[in-house]
Ligand binder design. Structure first.
Ligand SMILES: Cc1cc2nc3c(=O)[nH]c(=O)nc-3n(C[C@H](O)[C@H](O)[C@H](O)COP(=O)(O)OP(=O)(O)OC[C@H]3O[C@@H](n4cnc5c(N)ncnc54)[C@H](O)[C@@H]3O)c2cc1C
Ligand code: SF4
Length: 557
């Protein structure tokens, strides 16, 4: 018996009649739901470790470690409070694992999971009467508020939802007016970072026997999963979660706003808080994060910028996820749904079929809309092969090292380049879901399909988020480390123009793209033809896993 099993046995309260609650891996909090109000000695919780779920996709090792370490520590923390803990390891879907416990434990309750994949799984047990689903208490806003702010039907806009939420909740409002006179200070929050102020070093967390055991388990049983496992960077306990938030409050929030869109080789997170992975599993509660941020003494642009992320964007993307049933219920026609979970390009890169060892009958691969008809595979560069584009290579390497990168690197490097290369949006989504420690369907699909790749047209965003080298050079120092020059031979700029030209029939009438299309018209036919050639060469070389160099493409410039 290992350390965790022994500790759990030691702390386990005496066996008395209990009401049992299934706590999914992303609801690890005793400040919401029945755990927050029912007596510990009357309550039992079921925690499931699922190699089946972990094997559905080639998830980053750090993501597996984050979930397992927090789940195990949560089990011990609850046992210490007097809650009975049933911890099981299951190699089958959750509804089957829980069904087997019914004769012993009686009816089970669970808060509705945020993740659709788990909702569908659990619904099978709920339909048979073995599971009672109760509302999820982790969200900050209701569906009614979403509809009141963003409207009943799409297109939905975050800004109108957010303004309505601010008005209704009174957060950052004074005499019915937004503090500082504006609901958003986004325009002030677009500074590049030029070396000052110094960004904080990411926090490290104490190692402990539970984390060590999880680390050993992953190296042994999940060795073929990609990514670096770093136990020093692994928050696992409730104290770790507190330490992370305290670090973020002190060192990140005061500078959060102005440098929100900046990217640099010198700091991976700049002043971003790194809290998403813990907030998405409820080790940090959104309500508490929000209330602390509102109370903190911060410059208004930073405070509002942060509040908009947590109260605005995070809530908004979840509402869109629910309202569209995970992007399956779209206004024009339902998109195709992939038959089984995608591997985000793992097989193309690794040359081995991830799926061959697994049975995927129990779950599909999610909605696969592609409004622009993009169907290319994701290049091996996203799995760590060098592309020769310094911006892409840098961000990808940090993601495989940490399972994290901040918002603008996700949007304007990874998603931007995939979009410019016409990569299939579902494959991009799967890649993000696999590579990031904070990714679950409800949040990653909205951000990739809805925001990053324009796969669902204007459902959430008014235009695609794309850029050439000018933006990347303005907002980062990546180009200083590149063999290409952003003003002369950078192929990303050619990709940008080629993208606009290729998709003109779909995007040419978009009022938000009037300026770029006016500029495209001024581009000579020779130039446009070179753009097309560079797109084809880059696409083919990157798909073949080849590195791009100025010598290879400059003759086409
Ligand atoms: C292509 C793409 C994929 C993304 N995938 C995910 C994902 O899988 N999981 C995820 O949590 N976020 C995702 N995001 C949103 C955002 O990038 C991350 O929430 C953020 O980078 C997390 O880092 P942080 O905690 O340092 O955030 P900070 O910049 O410090 O922001 C604070 C918090 O605001 C919330 N937030 C901010 N923007 C968003 C948003 N667009 N959607 C949801 N929450 C938001 C997060 O909870 C975040 O922790 C994605 C964005 C893009 C463009
Ligand atoms: S020059 Fe181009 S490819 Fe190189 S880092 Fe800058 S934008 Fe990226």
């Amino acid at each position: 018996m290992g350390f965790f099993a022994r500790e759990l046995q030691r702390l386990q309260p005496e066996k008395t009649p209990r009401r049992w609650l299934f706590v999914p891996y992303d609801q690890l909090s005793d400040s919401i739901g029945p755990l927050s109000r029912e007596k510990p000695d009357k309550l039992g919780i079921i925690l499931v470790e699922s190699p089946w779920k972990a094997g559905l996709r080639p998830y980053h090792k750090q993501k597996l470690a984050l979930i397992l370490a927090n789940l195990r520590h949560f089990a011990l923390e609850q046992a210490l409070r007097g809650v009975a803990v049933k911890h099981i390891v299951s190699r089958e879907p959750y509804h089957k694992a829980l069904k087997k416990l019914l004769p012993e434990l009686g009816p089970i309750r669970a808060m509705v999971p945020a993740e659709r994949e788990l909702r569908v799984d659990l619904q099978k047990l709920a339909d048979g009467g073995g599971l009672q689903l109760i509302p999820h208490e982790g969200w900050l806003t209701s569906r009614k508020l979403f509809t009141a702010g963003a409207g009943q039907d799409p297109p939905w806009r975050m800004d109108s939802f957010y303004r309505r939420v601010r008005r209704d909740t009174g957060i950052l409002m004074r005499n019915d007016k937004p503090e500082g006179g504006n609901f958003s200070f986004d325009k002030e929050n677009r500074l590049p970072w030029k070396g000052k102020p110094a960004p904080p070093k990411p926090p490290v967390f104490p190692r402990d026997p539970v984390k060590e055991e999880v680390g050993e388990l992953i190296q042994k049983k999940f060795a073929r999963h990609p990514g670096v496992l770093d136990l020093n960077a692994l928050p696992g306990t409730d104290k770790d979660a507190e330490a992370l938030w305290s670090w973020a409050r002190i060192f990140c929030l005061p500078q959060f706003g102005p440098f929100e869109d900046a990217m640099t080789l010198e700091s991976r997170g700049l002043f971003h808080t790194r809290i998403s992975a813990l907030m998405n599993i409820h080790r940090l509660l959104p309500a508490r994060i929000l209330s602390d941020a509102v109370k903190a003494a911060l410059p208004l642009a930073s405070k509002e910028g942060f509040v908009r992320q947590v109260l605005g964007w995070r809530e908004f993307v979840n509402h869109v996820h629910v309202a569209t049933d995970g992007f399956r219920d779209l206004p024009k026609k339902p998109p195709p749904v992939d038959a089984s979970p995608g591997d985000g390009g793992y097989e193309h890169w690794a040359g081995t079929d991830w799926k061959s060892e697994k049975a995927f009958k129990e779950t599909d691969g999610g909605a696969a809309p592609s409004a622009l008809g993009c169907e290319n595979p994701i290049p091996p560069a996203y799995w760590g092969e060098k592309s020769g584009l310094a911006c892409l290579d840098h961000v990808v390497s940090t993601v495989w090292e940490e399972g994290y990168s901040h918002h603008i690197t996700r949007l304007m490097i990874l998603s931007n380049l995939a979009t410019l290369l016409d990569v299939r949006p579902r494959e991009v989504t799967d890649w993000f879901r696999i590579a990031y420690t904070d990714a679950y369907d409800w949040v990653v699909e909205a951000n990739v399909l809805g925001m990053g790749t324009y796969a669902v047209e204007d459902l959430m965003m008014t235009k695609p988020y794309i850029s050439g080298a000018a933006y990347i050079n303005r907002m980062s120092d990546y180009c200083s480390a590149c063999t290409f020059h952003p003003k002369t031979d950078c192929p990303v700029t050619a990709l940008y123009w080629a993208f606009l030209a290729r998709h003109e029939h779909k995007l040419g009438h978009n009022p938000r793209l009037r300026m770029p299309y006016a500029s495209l018209k001024k581009r000579s036919e020779t130039r446009r033809s070179k753009d097309r050639i560079i797109f084809r060469i880059l696409r083919d070389m990157l798909l073949a896993g080849e590195q791009i160099t100025p010598i290879k493409i400059n003759k086409y410039q």
